[in-house]
Write a new protein. Structure first.
Length: 105
């Protein structure tokens, strides 16, 4: 069995140009949202001792998760935004015949 790369293969992603600022901003927002959800799930399992628990913790945990996510994203260490931006760029670079969409209308 032979697996052939699809229209948006890694090879095409590697050939794409640097993302424009608008695409990079969108990718960064996606990264922050993804990280916020990930950190929020992780915080659900953290023992907060005698100060934790209750409705207030559940209410404010998402704000703390979002703050952590923004800090992690600002460090640029995950590479999520760059990968998403390259994928968006590759999709934009692919013509209608490459994506199976038919005509561009």
């Amino acid at each position: 069995m032979e697996i052939t790369p699809g229209p948006l293969s890694i090879k095409q992603l590697a050939r794409t140009r640097a993302p424009d600022p608008e695409t990079m901003a969108t990718a960064k927002k996606f990264e922050e949202m993804f990280l916020a959800q990930t950190v929020d799930e992780m915080l659900k399992n953290v023992d907060t001792g005698s100060f934790g628990g209750g409705h207030a913790e559940e209410t404010w945990r998402s704000f703390l998760a979002r703050a952590f996510a923004e800090q992690i994203s600002d460090q640029g260490s995950t590479g999520i935004a760059e990968s998403v931006a390259r994928a968006i760029g590759a999709y934009g670079d692919a013509g209608p015949e490459d994506t199976g969409r038919g005509d561009a209308t």
